[in-house]
Each structure stands twice: as C-alpha cells, then as structure tokens.
Design a protein around this ligand. Structure first.
Ligand SMILES: N[C@@H](CCC(=O)N[C@@H](CS)C(=O)NCC(=O)O)C(=O)O
Length: 222
C-alpha cells in the first residue's frame, strides 16, 4: 500500500500540479495519484477534497501539505539533493523559486499552460503585451544566472531539483506559445523537455480523456 496520495488537476492545464508532481517523483515518495478534471476554476471536487481548494495537495504518512512550494520543501526533507548543498546557492535557488511562486502574473495570464499544444503565431502575437514580454526577459536572465552559478544543465546543477520543478511549466509555456527566448534559455527549455519525468507527464497528459479538455483554453491557441 502506498504512503499517501498526491491530488493533482488535469495535466494538460495544471502547471501547479506539474510542480508538485515533479517534486514528489524526484524525491521518490510512494504515493497514489488522484487526478481531478479541472473545470477552469473552483472545481467542486478540488474544493471538497483539498484544504485550500487548490491542487496540488499531498497527503503523506500523516502529513498534509498543500501549495506547490510547500510540497517541494517537504519532498526535499526526504531528498536533500533537491536543493544545492551549498548555503549560498541554496539561498539563490530558494529566492528564484519563491519569485516564480509569487510572481510573473502577466506571463501566466497571457500565455496559459496547455501542455503539448502549439499556439498559432497569430494567437501568440494577438496575446502579446509588454508586461508578459518583460516577465520572459526576467526569466531568461534569472535562468542564465542560476545555470552559471550551479553549472547546469538544470537550475539545481547536474540533477534537477525543486527550482526546476518550479520553472518547468514556464519552459513548456515558452515552447507552446513559440515565445522569443535567449539561446541559454532555449537550451534549458530543451533540457526540461528531455527530462524523463517531464516526458512522462506529457505522455500522461496526452492520454487524458478528450472530455477533460476545456474550450476556453483550447480556443486561445488560435
Ligand atoms: N499557489 C498554489 C496555486 C495552485 C493553483 O492555482 N492550482 C489551480 C490549478 S493549476 C487550482 O487548483 N485551481 C482550482 C480549480 O481549477 O478548481 C500552489 O502553488 O500550489
């Protein structure tokens, strides 16, 4: 019997779920996965089954952990290598992860997560705005700084960690929407898409029932 359950939302749309799921998988926690098809906000099952009304939510060996960054921190207690060993690098990656967690709203609103989809150039250009473009520029600069600091190819260093879990969905957005990014950022985006866990998430997203798709997201792809 598994040690608990990770509750997530539709893989195709739920960027926060990917963060929590990656952390749990990277730490090797033995949990069952329960997936709620998201309604596009205030999904009744999510409201009923989770403390804050959001996924991801983890129940593990008596602990209840909600919110992606808390799940990441919890997972790192089991697998300390999910943060760098060096205090100064750890502080850098924690700050970047917190910045991702609380920021980049224009980017998130402008270019929604639709895993594995490709937006038309017309849809991308119609959605574009200065605030979202500034978010991308900040993310590219941040990734460059972290990759130099830890040596890459992941933000965490040789092996992916919590910072990569936090930024992986952004990497998928940049690809889905065909956004301009620096060569360094494109290299990181490729590394994220080549990661076996990310590949597994995409495959599982593709296998989700067709009636879990939501028109108000899909039509934004153009
Ligand atoms: N700050 C939260 C955000 C979680 C969040 O917004 N999750 C969305 C799905 S990506 C959700 O559960 N929305 C409720 C719903 O769609 O019913 C975290 O880091 O986990």
């Amino acid at each position: 019997m598994a040690d608990g359950t990770l509750f997530i939302g539709t893989r195709r749309y739920s960027s926060w779920s990917l963060r929590g799921w990656l952390a749990v998988q990277m730490a090797g926690l033995d949990v069952e996965i329960t997936t709620f098809p998201l309604a596009g906000g205030a999904t009744p099952e999510v409201k009923a089954r989770t403390p804050a009304g959001f996924v991801p939510y983890l129940e593990h060996q008596g602990a209840r952990i909600w919110d992606s960054l808390s799940i990441g921190e919890y997972c790192a207690e089991f697998a300390p290598g999910l943060w760098p060993e060096d205090r100064i690098l750890r502080a850098l990656l924690r700050s970047a992860s917190a910045e991702m967690h609380s920021g980049f709203l224009p980017l998130r609103r402008t270019y929604p997560t639709i895993m594995g989809a490709v937006a038309s150039p017309q849809a991308r250009d119609a959605a574009a705005n200065d605030e979202a473009t500034a978010d991308i520029a900040r993310i590219c600069a941040l990734w460059a700084e972290l990759l130099v600091a830890t040596g890459g190819p992941y933000l965490n260093g040789a092996e992916a960690g919590i910072a990569d879990a936090m930024f992986a969905p952004v990497a998928t957005r940049i690809r889905t929407w065909g956004l301009d990014a620096t060569d360094v950022a494109q290299g990181y985006i490729a590394a994220i898409h080549d990661h076996p866990l990310v590949k597994r998430w995409f495959a599982e997203a593709e296998a989700e029932p067709a009636d879990w798709r939501r028109e108000h997201y899909e039509t934004r792809l153009g």
